[in-house]
Design a protein around this ligand. Structure first.
Ligand code: ADP
Length: 794
């Protein structure tokens, strides 16, 4: 025991220093100074024990300068031995073997070395070393005294740790409260994610923080939010939930084993640099589990600031804090994710309902008409109205089955007025009776454009042939037609869809978004396809309707002709009967009157009356012969003739009449095939037509006769056209001219044209009348050619 040491006063000083209110480091420093002064030691140090790394770190010395940053491993030296044996170690005289490898600076040159564990009954907090340059005796009494003082030191350190710890815990609790409040204040995922990464960085004093959320259904982790600095290797965008190449070990563990990771950011080229700065734990990753399921990873990188004497790395406490935060934000995150999914679904549903209601309105509008042009206008409007499908432009190509080709049938472009807010509902805008619109110039070339399906080229044909819709966006190298048309329709983004009815393609719809320079989306194609299906059925119906309409018209015309024919037959029969009755008495009247005339004196005043009777009788006889001609039902001699010759003869017979009437005759008789005719009757037809022309031109004029071959459907005809430049036939007269006894002339019988009609019908031919009122009349006769006619006429 050292002489002069007042233990009582020493212990009193120790207790005073230990319990003072100054900062713990200064208290420890005071104790070391006390040792030097009172126990006559040359140097005193306190080392802290770091349990994580099992190293001793110089903490306080009796000098005024900072202790060197020199961590000591526990094995192989006297300081470590005090920890390992939990007992004081006294060495003297000391040799180099007793010193730590890197301990020369601290311990070199001292003869007596002592080390005392600073511990209570449970925990070792560190080691106190007392060094003397000369030999110094430590008797059991002194050792006991120093041990008592180190126990007091342990209490000081423990209290200070407890104090710091509880201050830290309170601080942590308040930040956790802050985090919880922040993340539960909103349901918006993005805001929650941002708040989490910001606060986590701040609370853990990290240089950066990232939050990776597992993408639903794809097992892909994405960086969903990040803050500050993130090492390159950790900036993964796609990280699959299985062991893959290049998956950093830290994240792999977190993702695949669902456990936290603390350590170096493996696989990170920048990491060695960070380690060189003094830390090898620059990353913590914790898994985020909601309802037992793994949903993501929360990571922090590189500590920003460290307390003096500590390395720039994360420790277990940081890991625990991050784990607690992870658990806390998990439920808020889950809520936000669920909300986002539900919100997305709701939006999708809303869109579906909206599209369905559009289609409902559009299909209703299509049902309001069966007229093709109205229908096409409704469809193009439905496609290009803002309230409808909202495409910039639309084109409808309709299938022509006979030619196996698509034909451009309708086009429309969204007008500036269509883009404006229009309060009118779609129903109203799709009514058939809309005012006509101008044809958009850029699309004009598509109207009437015929694209043969065999040509193969362009998306219009492809859609029809493959019966599939397509969307084409800029620079994909596909065009609407094989060779580009002028104008700009469908140059950038367009979509095509076939219009199908009962599995058959009835046409193709094309739309574009070139004017507004938007992309064509999958949803656009889906909407277009649905509309095209409805349009296909409507167009098929309209085509059927048009076909039925035409058939109906043909039927009613045929019925009209039949009624007419029956009427004519009845009239003819009656007329023939009357003609027979009248003929005999008329012959007698004629004969006797002529005889009477002969007996009369030249100057008899009655002679004039008798002459009138004779003239009128011969006119009556002519009428009678016309009536009998008309009622005669059969054809006479059927022979092959060249109509040019028959016409030439008929004209020759009437040459005097033409001359007297000052009528110039022009013949345009072309090469024509032979026809089977009753020559006498056909001449009768020609006479009647020529006479009518002569009578129509009392002041003279021109008569033209033309012949030419005609091919109609699969039958051959020869046509005779007789035209004059008389006054023509007024439109109100026209429907009656073939009726028997219809005449506009004072002395007409009204039988000429009905006989023409009857004779030509008997030859299975046709008569047409044309020409314009005031510009002459044109009669066209068509007679069937060759053997066929023979067959018909039997
Ligand atoms: P008709 O000559 O006895 O009047 P048609 O049956 O030959 O009887 O002619 C009927 C009517 O058709 C004529 O009354 C006349 O009004 C009109 N018509 C016939 N041919 C011509 C013609 N070439 N130019 C003008 N009208 C004509």
């Amino acid at each position: 025991m050292s002489a002069g040491l007042d233990r009582y006063s020493l212990l009193r000083q120790v207790i005073r220093i230990s319990n003072s209110t100054v900062e713990v480091e200064r208290r420890l420093h005071g104790l070391l100074e006390l040792f030097r002064r009172e126990l006559k030691v040359d140097r005193a140090h306190i080392f802290s024990l770091d349990r994580d790394s099992n190293t001793l770190i110089p903490r306080t010395t009796d000098e005024d300068r900072k202790p060197p940053d020199l961590p000591l491993r526990l094995e192989g030296h006297f300081v470590g031995r005090a920890v390992l044996t939990r007992r004081p170690v006294v060495i003297g005289p000391a040799s180099d073997q007793d010193l730590p490898e890197n301990g020369q600076a601290l311990f070199g040159g001292y003869k007596t070395l002592t080390a005392f564990p600073i511990m209570d009954d449970q925990v070792i907090y560190g080691v106190l070393t007392l060094l003397n340059r000369e030999r110094k005796e430590y008797d059991p009494g002194l050792l006991g005294l120093i041990e008592t003082i180190t126990t007091e030191m342990a209490g000081t350190i423990r209290n200070s740790r407890l104090y710091t710890e509880s201050k830290k815990r309170i601080a942590e609790l308040s930040v956790l409260y802050e985090v919880a409040r922040a993340v539960s204040s909103t349901i918006e995922l993005d805001r929650i994610l941002d708040t989490v990464v910001n606060m986590t960085s701040r609370i853990l004093q990290a240089e950066g923080c990232s939050l990776n959320v597992l993408e639903a259904g794809t097992s892909t982790l994405r960086i969903s939010a990040q803050h500050g600095y993130i090492p390159q290797g950790c900036r993964f965008k796609h990280l699959v939930n299985t062991l893959e190449e290049n998956v950093p070990e830290d994240l792999y563990r977190c993702v695949n084993r669902r456990t936290s990771y603390i350590g170096p950011a493996s696989g990170d080229p920048e990491c060695p640099g960070m380690r060189a700065q003094g830390g090898d734990k620059p990353v913590i990753c914790v898994p985020l589990n909601f309802k037992g399921g793994f949903k993501g990873v929360l990571s922090v990188y590189n500590r920003l600031t460290s307390p003096p004497g500590r390395s720039r790395e994360f420790n277990r406490e940081d890991l625990e804090l991050l784990n607690t935060m992870g658990a806390m934000i998990s439920s808020s995150l889950e809520n936000a994710l669920t909300f986002q999914t539900v919100d997305g679904l709701a939006r999708h549903n809303e869109m579906l309902v909206r599209n369905l209601s559009y289609l409902y309105v559009i299909s209703g509008a299509m049902m309001t008409t069966v007229k093709m042009n109205e229908l096409l206008s409704i469809i193009t409007r439905a496609l290009t109205l803002r309230q409808g499908l909202g495409f910039d432009r639309a084109l409808i190509m309709v299938m022509n089955e006979e030619e196996d080709a698509l034909v451009g049938a309708a086009i429309r472009e969204m007008k500036p007025a269509d883009r404006q807010e229009d309060a009118r509902p779609l129903e109203e805008l799709l009514k058939p009776d809309q005012p006509p619109e101008e044809t958009p110039a850029a699309m004009r070339d598509f109207l009437g454009l015929t694209l043969a399906l065999q040509e193969n080229g362009g998306m219009l044909i492809r859609s029809a042939v493959e019966k599939k819709p397509f969307a084409v966006n800029p620079d994909q190298g596909f065009y609407l037609t094989g060779s580009p048309l002028p104008g700009s329709f469908g140059r950038l983004a367009f979509a095509v869809a076939p219009m199908l009815a009962k599995g058959k393609v009835v046409g193709v719809i094309a739309v574009d978004k070139d004017l507004s320079r938007r992309q064509v989306t999958d949803q656009d194609v889906q909407n277009l396809s649905m509309l095209a299906n409805l349009a296909g059925l409507a167009i098929e119906n309209s085509m059927l309707y048009e076909y039925i309409e035409q058939a109906n018209q043909a039927l009613s015309q045929a019925r009209g002709r039949l009624i007419e024919a029956e009427k004519l037959a009845a009239l003819g029969e009656m007329a023939a009967g009357m003609a027979h009755e009248i003929r005999n008495p008329l012959v007698s009247i004629g004969g006797f009157t002529r005889r009477l005339l002969k007996t009369m004196a030249e100057d008899s005043p009655q002679k004039y009356y008798v002459q009138v009777i004779i003239n009128e009788v011969s006119r009556l006889e002519k009428t009678l012969s016309d009536v009998l001609d008309f009622s005669r039902d059969s054809l006479g001699q059927m022979e092959e003739h060249n109509l040019n010759e028959v016409i030439a003869e008929a004209l020759y017979v009437l040459r005097r009449d033409f001359k007297e009437g000052q009528i110039n005759v022009y013949k345009d008789l072309n090469e024509i095939p032979q026809v089977m005719i009753d020559e006498r009757q056909i001449k009768h037809v020609l006479f009647n037509l020529f006479f009518n022309s002569i009578q129509a031109m009392p002041q003279g004029g021109e008569l033209r006769v033309k012949t030419y071959p005609v091919q109609s459907q699969d039958r051959a005809f020869v046509a005779i056209e007789v035209s004059d430049n008389g006054p023509g036939i007024p439109s109100e007269v026209l429907p009656n001219i073939f009726n028997p006894f219809f005449t506009t002339k004072d002395s007409g019988t009204g039988l000429g044209l009905s006989i023409v009609h009857k004779i030509i019908s008997r030859h299975h031919g046709e008569v047409d009348v044309g020409g314009l009122e005031g510009a002459g009349a044109v009669f066209t006769i068509r007679l069937p050619v060759t053997a066929e006619s023979g067959v018909y006429l039997k």
